[in-house]
Design a protein around this ligand. Structure first.
Ligand SMILES: Nc1ncnc2c1ncn2[C@@H]1O[C@H](COP(=O)(O)OP(=O)(O)OP(=O)(O)O)[C@@H](O)[C@H]1O
Ligand SMILES: [Mg+2]
Length: 457
């Protein structure tokens, strides 16, 4: 078997006896476990500290490990309740969450406690927010900076839905790149780089995925890199009308990045969105349609990036809407180039399902008893539910069918359009208050068809 990937677990108290909770977590009897396999599955357990907590990370990690040991659980993605009788954990911990088991759970159906080695990652979200580079002289800012893990990106990774293991692939790739660096693998013998390029049509979540990946890695690697920053370079503003100032801006930006990188406990992510604008700027400069010194600026930027990529603690994340080859040497050799396409039927269903659950949670959709506790089945269990209509609650079944119909009607829409659809659907309703979910879904189907018909061919 290849190296086990980081996986999540979810768990529950054995005395709750085999009843899946709303997160699909099943408790298992604490029967004697079969002999322990050597290749246990590593499952990531992310523990978010309360903003007020001042507990030591190591103490929290040990407490969570002990708590997990005491329980006989089956591990699937989702939150694990913080035990109310554990004072230390309730005081310090905001949330415990099992991550990335989906692939394993799909292939092997169930992951039991004795097959798992939990890997606990404890972190505290930074609440500082983005800090812009304010030069104070009226120029557009050339970069934004976040300390990771940042509150703003909390939950972003989970909200992005792709099929075919794209997120896992990215995470494993970056994990391998960082491990090779950490172990001091000689780059002349084995070569790899730390450049990621995500390309695909607009609105498919490329920028979000880059930010979410940086956030995930900052959590997963926090014992090696206790400090983490994300710098988002605004390539557009670097090459806008202030072209004459660009040289200075580039120099300032890279001086800052360089300072961060020199600190070896720092992990620095540099995000260059719409990287094709660099290629365009160079082309314009070469063709003479830009001031003559501009070519030097573009080249300086590319050289700086080229230099930066050899630093061990930097990951360069880039995105592009252009699917054809991008004419920039430094992304040319990106080790991971992933195409991010429009969502498939399954992804569309899951995106819309998450939107609907949110509208139910906030009470925007209501109108019948127990509405708040309504859980729509995920795509995986949908077929089974539709095939056994007799055991289902008629209303839930009807909603599932409508949701599937909406997802089908949304073919070709981007993830961005899908996330707007419930809002448009709601705005189209005659009576916006206490709205019935089934009525709402019928409007959504119409809205989806209308949006679809407005797509360019
Ligand atoms: N596959 C998806 N799953 C869930 N949400 C998605 C998906 N794709 C896009 N979205 C949502 O769409 C919004 C826009 O995403 P984002 O800006 O990252 O896209 P992008 O690919 O960078 O677009 P552009 O090419 O226009 O810059 C985000 O809020 C994101 O949550
Ligand atoms: Mg983008």
């Amino acid at each position: 078997m290849s190296a086990p990937s980081p996986m999540e677990i979810s768990l529950q108290n054995p005395q709750d006896n085999e009843i899946p909770d709303q997160n699909g977590v099943i408790a298992v009897d604490s029967a004697p476990s079969p002999s322990l396999p050597h290749d246990k599955v590593l499952v990531s357990v992310e523990v978010s500290l309360k903003p007020s907590s001042t507990a030591r990370i190591d103490d929290v990690r040990s407490a969570v490990e002990r708590m997990l040991e005491k329980r006989s659980l089956s591990y699937t993605d989702g939150p694990v309740p913080v035990p109310p009788d554990d004072q230390f954990l309730t005081e310090n911990v905001q949330r415990i969450c099992i991550c990335d088991t989906d692939e394993w759970v799909q292939n092997h159906e169930i992951l039991l406690f004795w097959q798992v080695k939990p890997v606990v990652h404890v972190f505290q979200l930074s609440e500082e927010g983005a800090c812009e580079d304010v030069s104070g002289d009226g120029q557009p800012s050339t970069f934004n900076e976040w300390i990771l893990p940042a509150k703003e990106f909390d939950g972003m990774w989970e909200s992005l839905i792709y099929e075919s293991g794209l997120k896992q692939r990215l995470l494993r790739y970056a994990a391998s790149a960082l491990l090779f660096t950490e172990k001091g693998v000689n780059p002349f013998l084995v070569s790899w780089n730390r450049i990621v390029l995500l390309h695909g049509p607009p609105g498919t979540g490329k920028t979000s995925l880059c930010k979410a990946l940086a956030q995930k890695l900052s959590i997963r690697f926090n014992s090696r890199y206790p400090q983490c920053q994300l710098i988002e370079v605004n390539a557009h503003s670097l090459f806008s009308k202030w072209f004459s100032e660009s040289g200075k801006l580039v120099a300032k930006l890279f001086q800052k990045i360089q300072e961060m990188v020199e600190e070896e406990n720092n992990l620095v992510f540099v995000l260059i969105d719409e990287v094709e604008s660099l290629a365009a700027a160079r082309k314009a400069a070469l063709s003479g349609s830009e001031p003559s010194d501009s070519i030097r600026v573009v080249n300086a930027l590319l050289t700086q990036l080229d230099k930066l990529k050899s630093a061990p603690n930097v990951i360069i994340l880039t995105t592009s809407n252009i699917t054809a080859a991008i004419d920039i040497a430094f992304v040319d050799r990106a080790d991971i180039k992933a195409y991010v396409g429009p969502p498939t039927l399954q992804a569309r269903y899951e995106i819309l399902r998450s939107c609907l659950q949110e509208l139910i949670r906030t009470g925007i959709l209501s109108n019948f008893e127990d509405c708040e506790s309504l859980m729509l089945p995920n795509y995986g269990s949908l077929k089974e539910k539709l095939n056994m209509p007799e055991v289902q609650d008629a209303r839930t079944l009807h909603m599932c069918k409508q949701l599937l119909e909406t997802a089908e009607a949304c073919e070709g829409l981007s993830g961005r359009s899908l996330r707007k659809l419930p809002f448009l659907g709601h705005a189209a309703l005659a009576s916006p208050y206490g709205c019935d979910p089934t009525k709402f879904l019928s409007t959504m189907i119409d809205t989806a068809r209308r949006e679809r018909s407005e797509l360019p061919d």
